[in-house]
Design a protein around this ligand. Structure first.
Ligand code: HEM
Length: 565
């Protein structure tokens, strides 16, 4: 009897798991993709459990093998830096765009009708499904395990997405599930009223006026780093090779900690180092496949759970300390106060606990505020080191504006060349590689109905390096293209999106720009620099696009400017 019960329980469990896996990995994806396929959207055929992951791996491996063969046949020249890194990091996108996002779809119906008339073709051909569905543009679909993506580089579709204010468009659920330990139920991953509440609390803390008042704090932190560089370089004529990645990370961490977490900033360093390890562990492998589930006790997941627990309790300790100290009016205080009122707001319809609300949002700000800005600063300095003419131009501007003074908010606003350099850096090396959205209900863009549950992905680096939009020098560093602002830099303003698009655009972009200008202007005014011969250019994607090898600069003092702070 007991044996029978065990057997039927095991069998029942097995059948239930099979039915679950079959629904998640086959029935649901089929339902989504067949609706898109009927509308002319194509894509590579997925395998059952892994989707297109095997093909992604195969294409990446093939491109990397070809690349290393080409490299070994050439004499290595570290100064020959190729900015077309998306072709090697995301080669599958380029291949799929060529294969599945056919050129005919670029045409509007009018153009097709005209070309048909010109070619003497009968117009009834227009009802052929491959031609009539011209709305898609360069879009295709693919999947990683259970996660279905509609990937688009179609500027018109990007424009419609960025103008969309409908609550039917939101952030994908995999951000709070698969990326949960990092992003949790924070402003980054929530939707609807709870997101609206979080945005209302956090965004005003980074409005331009608030940021202006944080410039002196940014200058103080950067000055401390500059002094340490000066002592490493020694007196005039001295020189040092400095690994700037580490310094940019600790500087950025210092700035965001002090700006957002006030007197409790000292705990920040530990939290950042753990967050970085967490990000590293989480970037291994793909999300959405069986075995990567956050509930399965794999070695990776044990490490993630341990780090998550440690980070969460460290943040809660900071919160407790804050409760015991004097009142401060910083972001942490705003989050704490809003968490109290959030507890009373049943209308938000959320089941997130107050502790979770605090921890997830603090964690998200720590992560967003430090990693992206630090990496951008490293890329800016690397590019200025390899483009001495732009380094000299930016330095002349900084010295002219600041004279013998430390930069303030007005001076930063007038730094046109420095701004152009930062904008061009974020065009070539956007730290965030994808704008991600999800159809929370059926939603229509460019005559294509995107079914509920489908994720939408815009690969930022590919759009920002498209020669069709940016011209033949799309893969080159040319800050001049931003001389008349972002709107005039390319044939389509929507093609520039390092801070994302639409309602979910980066809440900290003014803060990030001010911080980058402070860092660059202070470094330029004190030092000249070139790339260390040890540098090897190798961008990598680990949730963010970062230098795969350390950026080491050969740094000297600027001799004509001897003022010390
Ligand atoms: C160079 C630096 C930075 C870059 C390139 C960057 C980029 C981005 C991108 C691409 C998004 C997603 C936008 C979208 O989905 O359309 C985002 C969101 C966000 N960023 Fe940034 N970011 C930077 C710095 C910062 C800083 C310094 C902060 C705050 C201290 C910050 C706070 C946020 C927040 C809160 C969101 C979520 C907005 C929402 O969903 O409502 N970011 N950022």
């Amino acid at each position: 009897m007991t044996m029978k019960l065990i057997v039927s329980l095991v069998l029942g469990g097995f059948l239930a798991s099979f039915a679950y896996i079959y629904t998640i990995f086959f029935v649901k994806p089929q339902r989504l993709t067949s609706r898109l396929r009927k509308q002319g959207i194509k894509g590579p055929s997925p395998s059952l459990l892994l989707g297109n992951i095997p093909e992604i791996r195969r294409i990446q491996l093939q491109v990397q093998t070809e690349l290393s063969a080409a490299k070994s046949s050439q004499k290595e020249n570290h100064l020959a830096i190729d900015h077309d890194w998306p072709s090697t990091i995301f080669p599958h996108f380029k291949q799929w765009i060529n294969e599945y996002a056919v050129t005919a779809r670029y045409y509007t119906k009018r153009l097709i009708i005209l070309s048909h008339c010109k070619a003497g073709l009968p117009l009834y051909n227009l009802f052929d499904s491959s031609i009539i569905l011209t709305g898609a543009g360069p879009s295709f679909m693919y999947s990683t395990g259970r996660i279905q993506q509609l990937c688009t580089t179609d500027i018109d579709m990007v424009k419609e997405i960025s103008l969309c204010t409908s609550s039917n468009l939101g952030k994908p659920s995999y951000l709070s599930k698969d990326r949960g330990p990092l992003l949790g139920q924070s402003i980054f991953s929530t939707n609807g009223p709870i997101w609206g509440h979080q945005r209302k609390i956090i965004a005003p803390e980074f409005y331009i006026d608030k940021v202006k008042s944080m410039v002196s704090l940014m200058v103080d932190c950067t000055t401390t780093m500059i002094r340490s560089w000066e002592s490493r370089i020694g007196s005039d004529g001295g020189m040092a090779d400095i690994n700037i990645d580490l310094d940019m990370r600790s500087l950025s961490a210092d700035i965001i900690s002090r700006a957002c977490f006030g007197s409790n900033y000292t705990k920040g360093e530990e939290i950042f180092s753990k967050l970085r390890t967490l990000q590293d562990v989480m970037s291994r492998g793909f999300i959405g496949i069986p075995g990567s589930s956050r509930y399965i006790p794999t070695k990776n997941n044990w490490e993630i759970w341990k780090l998550e627990k440690e980070i969460n309790s460290m943040i809660l300790r900071v919160v407790k300390q804050r409760a015991a100290t004097n009142y401060e009016k910083d972001l942490l205080q705003m989050i704490l106060e809003s968490a109290k009122s959030y507890g009373d707001q049943e209308s938000l319809g959320s089941d997130i606990s107050i502790d979770r609300f605090i921890v997830d949002n603090c964690k998200a700000i720590y992560f967003a505020g430090y990693e992206t800005t630090a990496i951008t600063a490293s890329w800016c300095l690397m590019l200025l080191a390899t483009h001495q003419e732009w380094q000299a131009r930016a330095r002349v501007e900084v010295l002219k504006i600041c004279k013998e003074n430390l930069p303030d908010a007005d001076m930063l606003r007038n730094m046109k060349t420095v701004t152009m350099v930062i904008q061009e850096t974020m065009r070539l090396y956007p730290p965030v590689a994808f704008v991600t959205r999800s159809a929370l209900q059926d939603i229509k863009f460019k005559e294509i109905t995107i079914p509920k549950g489908m994720n939408i992905q815009i690969p930022i680096p590919i759009v920002q390096q498209n020669p069709g939009t940016w011209g033949p020098d799309a893969h080159q560093f040319n800050p001049k293209r931003f001389a008349k602002g972002i709107l005039e830099a390319s044939s389509s303003p929507q093609a520039y999106m390092p801070f994302g698009v639409g309602a979910r655009t980066c809440a900290g972009q003014h803060f990030a720009m001010a911080e980058l200008k402070v860092i660059l202007s202070l470094i330029l005014s004190k030092f000249s620099f070139s790339l260390s011969p040890a540098y090897r250019h190798s961008p990598e994607f680990k949730l963010v696009v970062q230098p795969g090898n350390e950026v080491t600069l050969r740094i000297r003092r600027v001799s004509s400017h001897k003022k010390t702070y």
